[in-house]
Design a binder for this molecule. Structure first.
Ligand SMILES: Cc1cc2nc3c(=O)[nH]c(=O)nc-3n(C[C@H](O)[C@H](O)[C@H](O)COP(=O)(O)O)c2cc1C
Length: 220
């Protein structure tokens, strides 16, 4: 196989994967193999984030009591209780306050940055994030970072032969309280139930590309 036919075969497979992912609300309750769950979590965190500050996190919710509280907060959606894996993707609007120095420490240790670069980058990103905060935009940007990680999780789950159920239908403060973050400013961007599918939902359709892609001017 040539390099270009191998990459085209990979693209075909990837296309099949993306097109076959379905929001699934019925799961087989069998536990997922732990090494694959770890893989899913690691690959979710491969998602990019602004300045690579990584101000997003995943809360894995296993405790049945916490699950029950989250399910109540999510209007009783069955997948919250029944899926073998439940993840909350959270954004950290204030993450930049410690993120800059955490990133500098990691990048100095790995040799990616020297001391001067670290000082310059941290000063720049701190200034940028402070202005965002003054403009009241930190929460919005934290959601963006968390959602990209959640997208990576959905695609990875499909690749592992699992299904997932993305959810924003929940009382955010109640979910925060359930996961012990009621007093913080974190944002719960998405709940994601994951497991082997117990149903096979049909493709719900998408509007044609011509209807949703514009050249140069929005709806121009
Ligand atoms: C941001 C977001 C929030 C969603 N919230 C819920 C939810 O709370 N409950 C639910 O059953 N499905 C939820 N969904 C699933 C959508 O209804 C589903 O993705 C959509 O109908 C398209 O179907 P598909 O994912 O199979 O292509 C959500 C999806 C997204 C992307």
């Amino acid at each position: 196989m040539t390099e270009s036919s191998a990459s085209s075969a990979f693209a075909d497979k990837f296309e099949t994967l993306l097109r076959s992912r379905r929001a699934t609300r019925v799961f087989d309750s069998a536990a997922l193999p732990e090494p694959q769950v770890t893989r899913l979590l690691e690959l979710s965190l491969e998602a990019p984030s602004g300045f690579n500050l990584q101000s997003r996190a995943i809360v894995r919710i296993d405790d049945p009591a916490v699950r029950a509280e989250v399910a109540r907060a999510a209007g009783g959606q069955r997948q919250v209780i029944e899926a073998p894996l439940l993840l909350a993707f959270v954004g950290e609007p204030s993450g930049w306050r410690e993120g800059g120095s955490l990133l500098a420490d990691a990048n100095l240790a790995s040799g990616l940055w020297d001391t001067a670069t670290a000082a310059e980058r941290v000063a720049k990103m701190t200034d940028f994030q402070r202005k965002r905060e003054e403009a009241g935009l930190s929460r919005e940007f934290a959601i963006r970072d968390a959602m990209i990680a959640a997208s990576f999780a959905m695609v990875t789950a499909t690749a592992l032969g699992w299904a997932s159920s993305p959810m924003t239908g929940f009382d955010e403060q109640a979910v925060k309280e359930a996961i012990g973050a009621g007093e913080t400013d974190i944002v719960v961007a998405l709940l994601l139930a994951v497991g082997k599918p117990g149903e096979n939902p049909p493709h719900p359709g998408r509007f044609p590309v011509e209807q949703r892609v514009y050249a140069d001017r929005y709806r121009g």
